[in-house]
Design a protein around this ligand. Structure first.
Ligand code: UDP
Ligand code: MG
Length: 327
């Protein structure tokens, strides 16, 4: 049955459904007031739903928290969660989603890069049918060339080796139906990629194509190349065991080459002796190839073991220092 029938009945009963906005925040003191004004303007026109706006302060060193607290006093729809330290955007979003009460949850950035005027379109697609509505960028012109290239390379490598297709150019600006949210919350991995988990879940999805905007404060993204590298490695190790298999292929290939070379050297030595291989040179060649393989294998295995270690420790994913209007 189409969802709008259900909505129609629920609205007849004057029982407005709740939609949650989940916004991770790190060093956004200038953006928060601007973002709030923009988002309120949009939400005011959507009268068929109630909204809650959940800010997750990911231990910002600036006065982001103070800005959120000010909004909270004025507006009871605004809620906040203060994390006890910086856990990173992926975990901050998870904390927000876990505390969201809405029938649908919309995740978006607090720096204004995810245009809030698209919120009605997300809701429209959700009402029409889809359980996941997500944003796809037409291009990433706003990003610098290095980020653009590394992002393209990442998707190419990832899709070539992972067990499922990971869509290129998508962002974290997404709407999730409650059913999807409930499944998302069953994932307990600490090193997580929000987009990856949602793509893995499946469901009926609809892409909305529009570009990200400039940040409201014209500042810089807080994602350093180191953080992006960590995210890329986490995504690879959590969604693919291909790197482990790669080591085996590589080892097999190198052993084959070394064996052929070895046979060649022996035959040459005891027959025509044309290439004058020194024994030591041949041994060194084979030896260094083998050491290289072993080191590569160890590095990759260590990556996976590190992940297992972290997951087995079973620590809580995040710690909430305090919160407001959150039940
Ligand atoms: N963010 C966060 N924790 C962090 C880094 C970023 O909660 O450790 C938030 C940030 O406030 C913003 C969103 O995640 O709302 C996206 O961050 P940013 O704009 O720096 O990244 P990009 O635009 O490059 O994706
Ligand atoms: Mg941004």
């Amino acid at each position: 049955m189409r969802r709008d029938y259900l909505l129609h009945f629920s609205q007849m009963a004057k029982n407005k459904q709740l939609i949650s906005l989940v916004i991770p925040v790190f060093k956004e003191e200038k953006n928060i007031p601007l973002f709030y004004i923009e988002v309120k303007k949009i939400l005011k026109n959507i009268t068929s739903y109630n909204f809650e706006i959940i800010f997750i302060n990911d231990w910002s060193p600036d006065s982001s928290w103070y800005e959120i607290e000010k909004l909270c006093i004025l507006d009871t729809d605004v809620k906040w969660i203060n994390l006890s330290r910086n856990f990173g955007k992926e975990v901050a979003m998870t904390a927000g989603i876990e505390h969201a009460k809405g029938e649908a949850v919309i995740t978006l950035d607090g720096d204004g890069q995810h245009p809030v005027e698209q919120i009605p379109n997300f809701i429209q697609e959700w009402e029409a049918w889809y359980q996941i509505v997500y944003n796809v960028r037409p291009n990433i012109a706003w990003a610098n060339v290095l980020k653009k290239l590394s992002s393209q390379l990442f998707y190419k490598v990832f899709n070539a080796i992972s067990e499922f297709e990971f869509e290129d150019r998508t962002t974290d600006y997404r709407l999730l139906d409650r059913v999807v949210v409930n499944y998302f919350l069953k994932f307990s991995e600490r090193n997580r990629l929000y987009r990856g988990i949602i793509d893995w879940l499946g469901f009926d999805k609809k892409a909305l194509v529009f570009d990200a905007r400039e940040r409201l404060d014209n500042g810089d993204s807080s994602y350093s190349y180191k953080k992006l590298w960590t995210l890329a490695i986490n995504s690879l190790t959590s969604f693919s065991i291909f790197p482990l298999r790669l080591v085996w292929y590589f080892g097999f290939f190198m052993t084959l080459i070394s064996s052929i070379l070895f046979v060649f050297v022996i035959i040459d030595k005891f027959t025509i002796n044309r290439f004058y291989f020194s024994n030591i040179a041949a041994l060194l060649l084979i030896n260094s190839a083998l050491i290289w393989i072993v080191l590569m294998a160890l590095w990759l295995i260590a990556l996976y073991i590190a992940r297992i270690h972290e997951e087995v420790q079973g620590r809580p994913m995040y710690i909430i220092k305090d919160c407001k209007n959150i039940k």
